[in-house]
Write a protein that binds this ligand. Sequence first.
Ligand code: WTA
Length: 652
Amino acid sequence: MDYAGVDGRRADGTAAGDEVVEPPAAFSDRAVASDPEIYEAFAEEGPEAWRRAADLLDWERPYETVLDDENPPFYQWFPDGRLNAAANCVDRHLDERRNQLAIRWFGKRGERRSYTYLDLHREVNALAAGLRDLGVEEDDVVTLYLPMVPELPIAMLACARIGAPHNVVFAGLSAEALATRIDAADSEYLVTCDGYYRREDAFNQKSKADNARLRAEADLSATVVVDRLGDALDVPLGDDEHEYEAVVAAHDGETVEPVARDATDLLFVMYTSGTTGRPKGVEHATGGYLAHVAWTTRNVLDVRPDDTYWCAADIGWITGHSYGVYGPLSVGTTSVLYEGSPDYPDRDRVWDLIERNAVSVFYTSPTAIRSFMKWGAEYPDAHDLSSIRLLGTVGESITSKAWRWYREHVGGGEAPIVDTWWQTETGAISLATLPGVTPMKPGKVGPPLPGIDARVVDEDGEPVEPGEPGYLTIAAPWPGMLRGLREGDERYRREYWLEGEDGWRYRTGDGATVDGDGYVTILGRVDDVINVRTHRFNTAELESAIVEADGVTEAAVVGDDDGRIVAYVTTRGDVDPDESLREAIGERLAHAVGDVARPDRIVFTPDLPKTRSGKIMRRLLEDIARGDEFGDVSALRNPEVVGEIESAVRKK
Ligand code: WTA
């Protein structure tokens, strides 16, 4: 990682206030975590403290060792324990709550479907038996390429049941991105669907899967296809392609013994953008991951079985894995699963769903909250949201203004908000307040969770003074941590770890400040990753797609304040940048990555600002896109270009 570039400016350009909001007494009285001693307890007990988390799970063979740290940074959590994640999310709830709803699904067309824990058990078992029948064995990686339909969590659990790691690829990614992930994960099995609705239109997902198949080097031995669209789309199936409904029907009523997995065995792989162009396959182990996720679902999100909980994130990304599937199901609650968009059929859709389901805990992103604010308070205000007990946010910094809006209009002015910091790699929430214990500071994430040794340090690894910018690092292992990268040990070590005099440090890639009370404020990434619309992209990945468009010579991609993608593009002298070139650039990105990567703005510029060593000054471009003040440009080789870029941006 390049340690240059942290300059102390907040990602959103505003300063976080130091207003302190105490946890409401009515909340604290009933909160899962209500004892302030918990911080001390973790500090005194060290890794052993995490038994609290592991003991929330059912173990097939109890663990004795909590942490094996003999061979850093290859840490092993609960290494001698054995368990099955699906049994923990489904089977163990059957005694107490077989008829309780596990999932309430709302489709794009107003359809709805509900699954009790018993229903879930039946379908997960049938699909697990079906996958086995198709040849899936323990440790075979199964790729899942599905939108937000119940079959996605069901397929994840069916894989977990038979010890087959899943590799979920976000449904909006392109055929090419899918092919890369199938190859990289060495996956021979795919579960996808015929298509899904985008607003009114039926969209063909299967044809993307077919194209990926043509490209993927790995030979898929079987594909299972969910019929999401019924008669709206007819997709012919090939020899080794099977209808999901038929597979499940053929095995309906069968039970498959959950495979006991070592706690350190792979539960899933999730590809995410890193510091280089190719996505990295982040591997999560079964025991530590599930323990950390279950513990934070209870202690940070305060979710209990009698809640109706809604994590609005797409299951195609880590938030949906941890807090849309494994977290809520492991604690035995009822979840809302929503396929549609927040503004269809109208801009009150989210509030309508909260009201009709009496949602008590709602977890979303600042990107979404910004849209809600823009659409106006009249939408939430027109609904009865009194069921809300707790609100959460994740994915990027939330401004204190958005924080207040969220609390006022969604939380009834009362509900605590947990601003949760974590990453695909950390697996579970790592920094956040404990809502019944820790005071909140609007606009600041909060202190590290008990047991998470996060530190903001300077280039030498020394803690920075309060308010000084530094690098967010984690100085001790934690249960939800990635167990490694699909690309191998060397890459894992190089990508994330620094060995210092006092041990190994995990580098988060985020810049941060910490205040005198230990509250962390995230400044944004210090590497080439951008977070836009809750998706994580590597700038090089996007830029290399753009320069493939005819006539383009160079490109630099940044995110702006509204989480939009802004692309600065230079063209060959003889090329007149026009609408068709814009189109072509959008197409290149949709093809290489997916529609989610289409830029919201393309700014044509004669040159890009570069340092004397030729490095593009992306931060300067970010400042320009955000309309922020920017500092000294004298380090540039071509300072004259800044004025031209500014006027190109303003011209619109
Ligand atoms: C950013 C999403 C500020 C951060 C769970 C991190 C945040 C990256 C917050 C990981 C937050 C996440 N405040 N920034 N509360 N939460 N981030 O892997 O830059 O998609 O490194 O995981 O999102 O993104 P990822």
